[in-house]
Design a protein around this ligand. Structure first.
Ligand code: FES
Ligand SMILES: [Fe+2]
Length: 382
């Protein structure tokens, strides 16, 4: 259980909020790079409570600036792209790629110090990532996650519908290891859902579970009993807002990107090694929450109904935690500690790529092995 104040510190993402400041120290997935084209060069994106404009300049360079004009806040989405920047459609103020106001028609005074926020972009694996953190001399390296950086197979990126809930309840699900038994296994079995074939894997007695800390986030281990006792070691929760997981033949990443305090965008990326090449994009249709029966047909939908029904911002003053929530507590503690570092003016220390490893691909192992091979590091459930 958290106090209301603690809950707000961990969930709110806007500019100047404790968690918002921390999240801004990490590159965030913004949109598919292919959405910004010569034919359609402008896109609005809301992220971390800020409205941004991503646009392709007449020199072909893609830039990211705040969406609303400094003058009287009209949207620059309707602006005119010109050599050297974009001109507001309302009264013609013009901004360069760094957001600096370089022209104010009809004004008599120069305004050298007027500047919109602007943010650096990088592309990896077909997605644009944005860095909204402090403008220090050196930007942190964009981590080269294996699923994004590998070229020896086929990558699929799915832009999921907007989720009407705070990002943290989605991310906490990553270390909520035992939820798979009832939400996926039992749900599939009692309703005879299409997810049953895969759901059987999770529909086994859970003997024990454990979590640990690592340089990337929180590790998780689960021991299944029953006819085929196995130890499952998953890739860690990647701090602060990424899930890395195997999904059958796929290696997957889920980027849980806060749109604002009560909405979250998810980019699902799947990579199949050795099968084809290149990256394809899909846009998942919005499955209205009213159509709950439809949502229950997929693992994703099963997760989504619990995330969204926990509330717009889950009120953690009301929760009753148990031993199975140890991973969630460890993750929240890590989040609180990293927020405090940033408040002290220090850089985060988790999931940070050292400068001399910035070109190195980051890979993760996932194993499921017979219990007979050893469970000494796993404590018993209670
Ligand atoms: S609102 Fe943009 S120039 Fe006036
Ligand atoms: Fe799940």
């Amino acid at each position: 259980m958290l106090t209301q104040e603690q809950n707000e510190r961990l969930t709110k993402v806007g500019p100047g909020t404790p968690c918002g400041n921390l999240l801004r120290h990490y590159w965030q997935a913004l949109c598919p790079a292919g959405e910004i084209t010569a034919e359609k060069p402008k896109k609005r994106v809301r992220i971390l409570g800020e409205d941004l404009l991503v646009y392709r300049g007449d020199d072909g360079k893609v830039s990211c600036i705040a969406e609303h004009c400094l003058h009287r806040r009209a949207s620059l989405y309707f602006g005119f792209i010109e050599p050297g920047g974009i001109r507001c459609c309302y009264h013609g103020w013009k901004y360069d790629a760094e957001g600096k106001c370089v022209d104010r028609p009809f004004e008599t005074q120069k305004a050298d110090n007027l500047c919109l926020p602007s943010y650096p972009l990088q592309e990896l694996g077909g997605l644009l990532f944005v860095y909204m953190g402090p403008k220090t001399s050196a930007l942190p390296a964009l981590p080269r996650w294996d699923v994004m950086a590998r070229e020896d197979g086929k990558r699929t990126i799915v832009v999921l519908p907007e989720h009407t809930c705070n990002w943290l309840q989605i991310q906490e699900n990553t270390v909520d290891s035992v939820h798979t038994y009832y939400l996926h296994g039992h749900m599939s079995a009692v309703n005879n859902l299409p997810t049953l074939a895969t759901g059987r894997y999770f529909y086994r007695p859970i003997e024990s579970y454990d979590w640990g800390l690592c340089e990337w986030g929180v590790t998780k281990t689960l021991v299944y009993g029953g006819d085929k006792p196995e130890i499952e070691v998953r890739p860690p929760l990647i701090f602060p807002n990424i899930l890395r997981i195997p999904e059958g033949p796929l290696e997957a990443l889920h980027f849980r990107v806060p749109i604002d305090d009560t909405h979250t965008r998810i980019f699902w990326v799947g990579f199949v090694p050795g099968k084809g090449t290149g990256t394809t994009f899909e846009y998942s249709p919005d499955e209205a929450m009213e159509d709950e029966d439809k949502l229950l047909q997929t693992f994703y939908g099963q997760d989504r109904i619990v995330w969204e029904t926990q509330g717009a911002i889950f009120d953690r003053t009301l929760e009753v935690l148990g031993a199975t929530d140890k991973g969630i507590v460890m993750y929240r503690r890590m989040l609180a500690e990293q927020i405090e570092r940033v408040e002290r003016g220090e850089a985060p220390t988790v999931a940070v790529v050292p400068d001399d490893a910035k070109d190195t691909m980051i890979t993760f192992e996932s194993t499921t092995r017979p219990v007979a091979d050893g469970i000494e590091h796993v404590f018993a459930a209670n």
